[in-house]
Structures are given as structure tokens and as C-alpha cells.
Design a protein around this ligand. Structure first.
Ligand code: ADP
Length: 628
């Protein structure tokens, strides 16, 4: 039994190919985790790194509480089952299963006990004397599982174990492996390119594409709330339908207009998380609707299409069709604008029929047409609020509050502006009050829909806040960005300060031993790195690390003015940014500009800046990779 932690794991192969990027997940004991994605997306590489069959380029891998990056595969207490079974053809089933244990010099008595027990669980007791070639594919795969089982591993790793089996046997083995997982009460990590296997077996699924994790979630969350168009299209058969549309809000309805001019409507309440800038018809967005979430009428309203093919599968019927052109004309040859609908218990639809599709408004998806990311994030990334300058105050959310000096400077005389306020910049306070219209649990947080005129302000609130409450809050001004006429005039202050520098070591004699000390060097400032970080950078980049430049990302709260007695990075103060509740100096150290928090009355032309090296993350500047 074991939990696993993968923290910022990367794999760069020797030929420079970056197969896995920034893979992080906490896997609880007894979870059944599935890595799924198209061929070449990095699933096997990740699994092989967990097994210890492939080195980890950067990042930390923990099994239980132990860092195992450099631990031999045999010491990791894991067992791996391969697609190819990898059985020894000249050995009997018994010998195949006993082989690993004999290598470990386990007493024969105990080996026998374990092999018989595993054979019983897998229902292969009667084949123990056979050789693999006299067995079917399914039976061989059971032997391969048995060989893993006898080792009583903490973690089972399975790499496409069923892909050599025919469809029927695959379905049976799926159920058996799921049952095995339940009875063993062990952690399973399972790799497949088959989304049906992933959906039916996983307690959680990691969807990958081109070396990047796309979403980690339960099967139902992936299906209901895909983070992007790739996940939406990958999970579910037939695939989700996608259309280019524009959205127009009119009161409590949103009109979804297709490129041929056809329109369907969705209640605003179902799509209130979509940012208002997408709701005025200006931007093309991608509308997604699953085939099973569309109803069909022969007459009436909806999205009109011509039926081009019908597949009757018994209780369900798959209807294929094409939308009309902008004149409402249909042609069977027309490329694009395809639609697939899955209906239950209908046998009245024929090829050539013109029918009307109505999407279920509870099941609609919208994605940004360029980034392909959902527009209905569980936690909307930011709220946009309009404001007006009134002397030294600003009017927003029906209140006049102090206009921070940093805002005033950025506005440069403009009187109307927009604030983009992320939910985490809304904190308990006394400046504004809005009614809590609705509360939603998102992961371990509470998202409040604060009623703001005819739309909502989304905020993260404490557990004791209830629907119907009046919620009083203030804004963290430094976390807001400002727009004037759609142009960004002020960026939110980032949570980290990025500084570019080099890396060095010195060797000293301490009590007769030679000890290495490592340093981050930024301009004239040198700070000693934690030894484990130093060794890590050295082990990843080799001795070239002393020639490369690195990006040092310092936690915002850890960067400060240096004491007179300590070393510091000297810089020139370019300006001060006063946000009311917090004040920053913008400092320039030989071409690098960064913000540092200062007291309300602090003033100087030159400063020296210091930070604690434990608060630093180090990134490669050659390839986009976090080293530690
Ligand atoms: P998957 O299991 O998702 O099909 P893999 O993890 O096997 O994908 O491979 C991920 C990527 O890394 C692929 O582009 C593959 O070609 C590449 N790759 C795999 N092994 C090596 C290797 N030894 N050297 C270089 N590139 C590799």
C-alpha cells in the first residue's frame, strides 16, 4: 500500500526530445489512476519513470514518503505488467510466476504459497504446469498479472496490458482488473490510449497530449466539465460536436448563432460563468455539445439539418447529418458542418429527412476558439467591473472608494476604465457589500456568486458564508489589472519575482572533508543555495551548469530590502507604486526590472535587495523546465 507524489516531473531524452513536461499529481493510497492520451503523448515514459526504467530529468518522485528518483527499480516495491506479457517461453506458468521470487532468494515454501494464492485469485490454477505458448492471450495476460501479484508490491504499474486482446476479452479483463484492484487494496497506475478503458477503470484519469497533462479528474468530471476542447473531444463516443458560433446575451437568454445564421438559445443562468466579453457577439467561440445531449424534432425550432446516415444499434440510434448553408439549403456533399446525434428508442428518422436539433441547455460547452480552453471554468479566472474616476476616488460596484495612486498613474487622465478582478483578489473587508445569490463547492473551496446588477461577481469565500447573506468585502488592488478602452494599462503584480543569473560552486575543506557550496549569482549579489538544490541543478545540467544562465523565481513575500550587514542586489528605484493597502518600489538592476514591497513612507534612489534562497524556484533558460 502506498501513496505517490510526482512533483514537476520532466523527461528530456538524450536526443533533446521533451517527452514529459511538468507532470505533477498526488496519488492517494488505493487509487486506480489511468494515464490516457493518443500515442506518443508521454504516458509510457511517465510510467517507466515511476518504475525506475527511465531516468527522471527533473522533478521529484516520492513513493510513500521516500524520494525514489535515484532508487533502483527492484528497490521501489512496485511491479509492472507490460503489453507484451514478457513471459519466458521455456518456463511453465508456475516457473514464470516464481522466477522473480527465486531471484530474491525467497524460500521455496513461501514462493509456492504466493504462486498458488495468486493463481487462485486469477483463476489459472489448472494451467500452472503449462508453457505460455499453450495458452490463449487472455490466459497469458493473467500469468503476467500473476507474476506481478506474487511480489505483493505497494504499487502496480500496467502498460497497455489489454491491447493485444480481442474486444470481447478486453471487456472481460477490464472487469477482472478492476475487481483485482478492489480486492488487493493497492495503488494501480494504468496506461492506455483507449478512453473507454480509462473511463470504466479509473478512479481518476490523467488526460495527456504531446507531453503535457491536460486535465486530472474523475471520469464523470472529465465528461461533464472538460477543461479544454481536446479533453472534450477525447472523452465520449461518438465524439462531442463542435461548431463555430457567436454568443449574444439579451437579458436572461443567450443566443447561440451558428455560421449559417441558425440560432438556438440557452438560459443565461446556465452560462453565467462565461466572461461578458464573449457575450456581445464580437468573438467567434467554439460551441460543444455531445451527441447524447441533443433532442430531435421533425418540426418546430432549433438547429436545422439534413440526415445523411442513420445507424440503428437497437435501443439507440446514431443520426449523422449536415447543417444547411446560410441560405438554408442542404447538400449531402457539403464538407464540414457535420452533426451527430444519439437518440434512444426512435425509429422514425430516415436519411434525407430535414430535422431540428435542440441542445440540452444544461449540457452545453463553450471554448475559446484560439486557446481551446473552456469558457466555463469551475472558478472563473477574473471578473470584469466598470469604474469611473471621481476626483481622488473611484466609483465601482455602486460605491466610491479611494483611487489608489498606482491606478491613478496608470490611467493617465482616463476617466472610465475596467478592472479585471480575479476571485482571489476579493477578500473579507468593509468597502463593498453584495448579496450572495448562490454558493457552489469547487474542489475544497466555496465559490460565491455575488449579485452585481444583472450578472455576478465570483469570489472565493469561507465555509460559513451562506446563500442569501450580505457579503462585505474589499479588493486586493495589486492583484487587479486595469484596461482603458480594451487596452491594458496596468498589470496585476505577479506572485513571484523573476531574476536571471548564473550558478557557481566553491569547494572548501571542513574538518578535513572537501565540501561543496553552491551559489546563485545575480549581478553583484551572491546567495548560497540549499545544498540539495545545488546538487540537483548539477545533476540535471552536468558541469555545464556553471556556464548556463538560470531564471530564479523568488516568492514575492520573500524578497525584501537587505540589511546593512548583509549582501544585496543593488538597484536603482525607477518609481513607487502605491496600491493603498500595499506599496512597491520598481527596481532596476542592470536591465532587470522587478517590484519589491516597501513601507508606506520609504524613499530612496538606490536600494539593495535580498532574499532567502529557500524561497527560490530555479528554471532552465535553455528549455522551459523547472529544475527545483
Ligand atoms: P505514449 O506511451 O503516450 O505512446 P511514449 O511515452 O512512449 O508515448 O513516448 C513519448 C514521446 O517520446 C514520443 O514522441 C516518443 O517518440 C518519444 N520517445 C520515447 N522513447 C524515446 C527515446 N528513448 N528516445 C527519444 N524519444 C523517445
Amino acid at each position: 500500500m502506498a501513496n505517490l507524489k510526482l512533483s514537476h516531473i520532466y523527461k528530456v531524452y538524450e536526443n533533446g526530445h521533451k517527452a514529459v513536461n511538468d507532470f505533477s499529481i498526488d496519488i492517494a493510497d488505493r487509487e486506480f489512476i489511468v494515464f490516457v492520451g493518443p500515442s506518443g503523448c508521454g504516458k509510457s515514459t511517465t510510467l517507466r519513470m515511476i518504475a525506475g526504467l527511465e531516468t527522471i530529468t527533473a522533478g521529484d518522485l516520492f513513493i510513500g514518503d521516500t524520494l525514489v528518483n535515484d532508487m533502483e527499480p527492484k528497490d521501489r516495491d512496485i511491479a509492472m505488467v507490460f503489453q507484451s506479457y514478457a513471459l519466458y517461453p521455456h518456463m511453465t506458468v508456475y516457473e514464470n510466476m516464481a522466477f522473480g521470487l527465486r531471484n530474491r532468494k525467497m524460500p521455496e515454501e513461501e514462493i509456492k504459497e504466493r504462486v498458488l494464492k495468486a493463481a487462485k485469485i486469477l483463476d489459472i490454477e489448472e494451467y500452472l504446469d503449462r508453457k505460455p505458448k499453450a495458452m490463449s492471450g487472455g490466459q497469458r495476460q493473467r500469468v503476467a498479472l500473476g507474476r506481478a501479484l506474487v511480489r505483493n508490491p505497494k504499487v502496480f504499474l500496467l502498460d497497455e496490458p489489454l491491447s493485444n486482446l480481442d474486444a470481447k476479452l478486453r471487456a472481460t479483463m477490464r472487469t477482472e482488473i478492476t475487481a483485482l484492484h478492489k480486492s488487493l487494496k493497492t495503488t494501480f497506475i494504468y496506461v492506455t490510449h483507449d478512453q473507454v478503458e480509462a473511463m470504466t477503470m479509473g478512479t481518476r484519469i490523467v488526460v495527456m497530449k504531446l507531453g503535457y497533462v491536460q486535465q486530472i479528474d474523475t471520469p464523470m468530471n472529465l465528461y461533464n466539465e472538460p477543461y479544454n476542447k481536446f479533453v472534450a473531444g477525447f472523452i465520449g463516443t461518438p465524439q462531442m460536436n463542435f461548431f463555430d458560433v457567436t454568443l449574444n446575451r439579451d437579458g436572461d437568454r443567450v443566443y447561440v448563432t451558428f455560421s449559417n445564421g441558425d440560432t438556438v438559445t440557452v438560459p443565461y443562468e446556465h452560462v453565467s460563468k462565461i466572461h461578458s466579453s464573449y457575450l456581445n457577439g464580437d468573438k467567434v467561440v467554439t460551441f460543444g455539445i455531445r451527441p447524447e445531449h441533443i433532442s430531435l424534432q421533425k418540426e418546430g425550432e432549433g438547429l436545422k439539418f439534413i440526415v445523411t446516415n442513420v445507424e440503428r444499434l437497437g435501443n439507440e440510434t446514431i443520426v449523422y447529418g449536415k447543417l444547411g448553408d446560410h441560405l438554408g439549403e442542404f447538400t449531402m456533399k457539403d464538407e464540414g458542418n457535420n452533426i451527430i446525434v444519439k437518440v434512444i428508442d426512435r425509429d422514425d428518422i430516415e436519411v434525407g429527412d430535414v430535422v431540428y436539433a435542440t441542445p440540452n441547455p444544461n449540457k452545453v460547452h463553450f471554448f475559446d476558439a484560439e486557446t481551446e480552453v473552456t469558457l466555463m471554468n469551475k472558478i472563473p479566472p477574473f471578473n470584469t467591473v466598470e469604474a469611473t474616476v471621481d476626483g481622488d476616488r473611484m466609483l465601482l460596484l455602486n460605491k466610491a472608494v479611494a483611487l489608489p495612486e498606482a491606478f491613478c498613474k496608470a490611467l493617465n487622465g482616463a476617466e472610465h476604465f475596467e478592472l479585471n478582478i480575479p476571485p482571489h483578489a476579493i477578500v473579507e473587508g468593509n468597502d463593498f457589500t453584495l448579496k450572495v445569490a448562490h454558493i457552489e463547492k469547487v474542489d475544497n473551496q466555496q465559490l460565491a456568486y455575488l449579485r452585481n446588477g444583472d450578472s455576478y461577481l465570483f469570489a472565493l469565500v469561507k465555509d460559513d458564508v451562506r446563500e442569501g447573506d450580505s457579503y462585505s468585502f474589499s479588493l486586493l488592488n495589486e492583484k487587479i489589472n486595469l484596461n482603458v478602452n480594451g487596452e491594458e494599462v496596468l498589470k496585476a503584480v505577479e506572485d513571484e519575482v523573476s531574476l536571471t543569473g548564473t550558478f557557481s560552486k566553491t569547494e572548501v575543506k571542513e574538518n578535513g572533508d572537501r565540501v561543496l557550496h553552491f551559489f546563485y549569482n545575480i549581478e553583484d549579489y551572491t546567495v548560497e543555495a540549499a545544498p540539495e538544490f545545488g546538487y540537483k541543478i548539477n545533476s540535471i545540467d552536468g558541469d555545464n551548469c556553471y556556464k548556463y544562465t538560470y531564471r530564479y523565481a523568488v516568492n514575492r513575500d520573500a524578497i525584501r530590502l537587505a540589511d546593512n550587514s548583509e549582501p544585496g542586489l543593488s538597484g536603482k528605484v525607477m518609481e513607487y507604486l502605491d496600491y493603498g493597502n500595499i506599496r512597491f518600489a520598481k527596481v532596476d538592476s542592470a536591465g532587470q526590472e522587478y517590484l519589491i514591497k516597501v513601507d508606506p513612507l520609504f524613499k530612496a534612489d538606490q536600494v539593495r535587495v535580498a532574499f532567502d534562497s529557500h524561497e527560490v524556484s530555479v528554471y532552465s533558460t535553455r528549455i522551459d523546465m523547472k529544475l527545483c
